[in-house]
Design a protein around this ligand. Structure first.
Ligand code: SF4
Length: 330
């Protein structure tokens, strides 16, 4: 066949040491492929299908034909008479002028810090997404007060985690979406069920798990991967968990993430802006998946959320996430 086989521009092949995948960032599909097909796709712009398969054994040709047919019929790729231009396969750059784009603020029943001044600072830093986690049964009127604070800010997306109580039931919380449209996800812990509700743009996770500290965080691995453009792009160039993230832990200390040990002062004594500008705070931002041990051999590295708080080797900033059970080398 004297035509070229091309993947669609939103389909990106990624090679691991034992397997490969095609990440379809438009349909959010992670399609496993064998290494022989990855290698074929890697050179597919240098020659027509006929030319590239001509030097193969009959067995290899048969295998490639089956795989390419699968990609073609499942709309991962197409044939063309000319090789496609480089610019068509480059990932578009995601513009983001904010100093911080996402934040986590934690509270326990004994916390002394207040949400309002923190949200005011996040606003100035250009933060777009905020996660507020209450490790106790927050009264409904206090939850509404918190959501009202975020409603008045330029934060675009709010996620909340609270412990279930009589007044904070699934039914009551689902109704909050009408009043607070920025609310995108609610995790209700310590319930009698494990159900995910989706209603009117709100994802409500009702879980029997008791979440009373940040230690529940950091679970990652092959079962949690998402083929999403922003995550893919960020994973290639930055740390996809900590880049432009700031956190205030339940004791009021400013951190990269509430689960990390390093603190950059207390909100009562320092500003988030001064912390964000320090090199010490930003040092994790450049730890891409390609720099992390084991992950750098994994075909899922651009679609997998990283975690620097819980790593296999304590104190090694390039160690694999502790809570991932997947080993790409096996
Ligand atoms: S090895 Fe790394 S990249 Fe692969 S699934 Fe585990 S955490 Fe994700």
């Amino acid at each position: 066949m004297d035509r070229y086989f091309n993947l669609y521009s939103y389909c990106h092949p990624v090679k691991g040491c034992k397997r490969a995948v095609v990440c379809d960032l438009q349909r959010n599909i992670i399609q496993p492929i064998p290494l022989i097909l990855y290698d074929f796709l890697d050179v597919s712009r240098s020659g027509t299908y006929g030319l590239l398969t001509s030097g193969m054994t009959q067995q290899e040709r048969d295998a490639i034909e089956v795989y390419i047919s699968y990609l073609y019929h499942n709309e991962f790729g197409y044939f063309s008479h000319r090789p496609i231009d480089d610019s068509l396969i480059e990932l578009p750059v995601i513009e983001d002028n904010s100093q911080i784009n996402n934040a986590i603020v934690d509270f326990s029943a004994t916390s002394t810090h207040e949400l309002e001044p923190i949200v005011g600072e996040l606003d100035m830093l250009g933060c777009k997404a905020l996660e507020i986690r209450y490790y106790y049964q927050l009264p409904l009127d206090e939850l509404k007060r918190a959501l009202l604070i975020t409603a008045k800010s330029s934060i675009e997306k709010v996620e909340v985690c609270i412990e279930a109580s009589v007044e904070c039931s699934v039914k009551t919380l689902v109704a909050l979406k009408n009043e607070f449209p920025k609310l995108s996800k609610l995790t209700l812990s310590n319930t009698s069920e494990n159900v995910i509700y989706k209603h009117n743009g709100l994802v409500l996770i009702s879980t029997s798990e008791i979440i009373r500290s940040e230690n529940k965080c950091g679970v990652t691995g092959d079962l949690y991967c998402i083929a999403e453009q922003r995550l893919y792009w960020e994973s290639m160039y930055f740390n996809n968990c900590l880049y432009k993230k700031i956190a205030v832990d339940k004791e009021g200390y400013v951190k990269n993430c509430p689960s990390m040990k390093e603190r950059y002062g207390h909100v009562a004594e320092t500003t988030l802006t001064s912390v964000v500008q320090s090199d010490a705070f930003r040092k994790h931002w450049d730890i891409t998946k390609d720099k992390i041990e084991v992950c750098n051999q994994c075909e899922l590295r651009y679609v997998c959320q990283d975690c620097r708080a819980y790593t296999i080797e304590t104190g090694n900033p390039y160690s694999k996430p502790l809570k991932c059970r997947y080993d790409p080398r096996k």
